[in-house]
Design a protein around this ligand. Sequence first.
Ligand SMILES: Nc1nc2c(ncn2[C@@H]2O[C@H](COP(=O)(O)OP(=O)(O)OP(=O)(O)O)[C@@H](O)[C@H]2O)c(=O)[nH]1
Ligand SMILES: [Mg+2]
Length: 453
Amino acid sequence: MYSLDDTIAAISTPLGEGGIGIVRLSGPDSVAILKKIFHRAKGEGLESYRLHYGHIIDPDTEEEVDEVLVSYMKAPHSYTRQDVVEINCHGGIVPLRRVLELVLRYGARLAHPGEMTSRAFLLGRIDLAQAEAVLDIVRAKTEAGLRAAVSQLGGWLSQEIRRVRAELVEVLAYLEATIDFEEDEIPERDISEPLKRAQEKIKALLASADQGIIYRQGVRVAIVGRPNVGKSSLLNALLKTSRAIVAPIPGTTRDTVEESCNLQGVPISLIDTAGIAEGKDLVERLGVERSREALQRADLALMVVDGSDPLRKEDREIASLLNAKPTLLVINKNDRPQLASVEGLLPQVPCLSVSALTGEGLKELEEAILDTIFSGRVVASDAPLVTNPRHKQALQSALEHLMNVEEARKEALPADFLAIDLHGAVNALGEITGETATEDLLEVIFSQFCIGK
Ligand SMILES: Nc1nc2c(ncn2[C@@H]2O[C@H](COP(=O)(O)OP(=O)(O)OP(=O)(O)O)[C@@H](O)[C@H]2O)c(=O)[nH]1
Ligand SMILES: [Mg+2]
């Protein structure tokens, strides 16, 4: 990891035109660097937690670079726990670049992606799960996702994990004592209760994980079917906009069209695809190839058939592509006389009758999509959720270790055996909060952040 002793700087707002843009500095020299380029309109001292008005002036040329507001957050009460200075410039690429250049010229180093947050972690202000929550807040796609991330930043998950881990550490200490000392030297202790409690807690956390991960990451839903059945019409109807071109000519959609929407708090990527059929020209064949790829990457498929038209060979061929994929069969155009008999097309797949034209059945379709996504595993909506696959994996690994401990106890194996797995469980939990995270893991996590965060 990078050093913590130097002063880092970055543009912390998105690059582009905006009302304001911020250059942020963190480290021991933040104030000294600022003082070289910042001229206050009045007053001398740079009190912390106040906004100071003035100008950034290039000391070499005495040129006025921008009119700014500067805030100073004195260590340790700052984002990183170091001295942090934020220069609020006019939002624009040129003033921000110029100010950044100046702070770099006077001693700051350009921050790596996520380095501000990694300092907050390494200096102990937040733990790893909280640092990850920062990224989740920035990336939240729906309010439900945001709520989960904010509660994780608030330390909900970390506290739960710490409590379980602390209890296991105590059991481990006891076990190790029984290994090291004579039996009569240490008082007998019941370890089955704390072990059981830990297992139950971890199971409860895991129970919320599938739902939480969906709120955080969203799901990909591909709309597939043969040409002209109304896939693009269905996309538009679900999005309530006319995003994709609709026309009575088969082969209207030639490329995949992807758009996001929010289904009761679940971020959904809806993908309209080119109708799958024997393509005539090259572009059509490429489009069909993309449809197949989209289908492969989707979490859920909506297979659309035209209810007003008898089924065709293509419908069956497409159905055969769906074997293992969670699917809903959508019979479209139910505003017309119904001629399609879908029996046996996709047995065991829920079937819905809709009209993309009139909107009939779309509410039910939305409900069915959510049902399939959650497959009945929904926990109370305001309960905190485990939202990160990494946390889920660590919890699973901790649980496995605890189950091994239980087995070993049943078989009355010596304490050494129990201790090994108990160690494993304690370490797995520590990976969530960062106590036992390796450098590689930290690097992977913080490299996902943007520069300046
Ligand atoms: N009556 C009726 N017509 C519909 C309905 N949905 C779509 N259509 C019509 O069916 C035709 C094809 O619709 P599209 O949405 O372009 O079909 P598609 O499946 O995207 O077709 P390709 O892009 O060619 O694969 C258009 O003329 C639509 O207006 C419906 O529910 N009822
Ligand atoms: Mg289309």
